[in-house]
Design a protein around this ligand. Structure first.
Ligand SMILES: [Fe+2]
Length: 315
């Protein structure tokens, strides 16, 4: 059975690679390669790239995930509507099988890419807790810089049927439902399903895909990248604000997943999230079910931004 093990990269389309490169650099990604119609950017972690911009009309182009073995890629190639096993595009090579998820989302499964050496990363800041001091005669002096991104964490997509989408990710990619969100006051009405990778006893992020149920509104909601620690989230916020980008919501702490979050709009209005300190789960944890109240979206932080659920906000 296919069990995706991680999310590797997401792809957006943009009509100007240079403008997108500038935003993504200020967001904390590092350019690794560029062609006439592709821009590849990495984080500090070992994947050769974690974001690709495809030249074209603004939009979301897809997500790529890692499978654990060549045999799983072979199995994927026999799924209905799957591509053959093809060379993967971009730095790092490897092989891919291209699938189409419900509502037409492109999901590439990857195997055999060459990993790269991690980039130098600021060490986590040692915190002096009230009764647990980690720092004496040393000072907190993090640099004022873009929030250095370590890795891609998750991708949130809007579907015409959020339960059917979750079923596809469970049955096709072996993912597990971590938590379900329902409409407050109507437990039967799904608002979305958080899905994590089944890595057995190895911890996985609370969610790698969040499948929202939004009939009539099919688009990406946001993509989310992990940074070193909460200070990086706040310093990244200052950096983006000073550069004149549009803040979407944050800084706050989510309830489901517990991430300290901060959301920004790209030059074409798409939402990109920084996060730190998210929850990790093993495969043996039963799914939860929560009403989608504001208290269940964030434990602290600014009031929910009125346009947060809009996929694209440019004005
Ligand atoms: Fe998120």
């Amino acid at each position: 059975m296919i069990k995706v093990q991680d999310i590797v990269y997401v792809a957006h389309r943009a009509p100007d690679l240079e403008v997108h490169a500038s935003f993504l650099s200020d967001f904390g990604l590092v350019e690794v390669a560029r062609t006439a119609d592709r821009l590849y950017m990495r984080g500090a972690g070992p994947y050769p790239f974690i974001h690709v911009t495809e030249l074209g009309e603004p939009g979301f182009a897809g997500v790529a995930m890692l499978v654990g073995s060549a045999a799983e890629l072979e199995e994927a190639s026999r799924l209905p509507g799957a591509s053959a096993i093809e060379p993967a595009e971009g730095p790092g090579g490897g092989q891919r099988v291209r699938l189409t998820a419900p509502d037409g989302y492109r999901v590439d499964l990857l195997h055999g890419m060459t990993l790269v050496d991690p980039l130098p990363l600021r060490a986590p800041l040692p915190v002096n807790f009230a009764y647990e001091k980690q720092r004496v005669k040393s000072f907190q002096r993090p640099s004022h810089e873009p929030a250095q991104i370590v890795r891609l964490g998750h991708c949130v997509l809007k579907f015409s049927d959020g339960d059917a989408a979750a079923k596809w990710f469970r049955e096709t990619l072996g993912m597990l439902v971590t938590d379900r969100l329902h409409v407050p006051g109507d437990q039967a009405a799904t608002l979305g399903n958080f899905l994590r990778c089944d890595r057995g006893d190895r911890p996985a992020d609370h969610h790698t895909i969040f499948a929202l149920n939004t009939p009539g509104d099919i688009n990406v909601h946001h993509v989310s990248f992990e940074v070193q620690d909460p200070d990086a989230v706040h310093i990244g916020h200052e950096w983006l604000r000073e550069k004149g980008y549009k803040a979407a919501w944050g800084v706050g702490r989510h309830l489901l997943g517990s991430q300290i979050f901060d959301y920004w709009r790209s030059p074409w209005g798409y939402m990109f999230e920084h996060y730190a300190d998210g929850d990790l789960l093993t495969a043996d944890m039963a799914a939860g079910d929560y009403p989608a109240t504001e208290e269940n979206l964030a434990q602290w932080g600014p009031a929910l931004a009125p346009r947060f659920f809009e996929s694209v906000v440019v004005d």
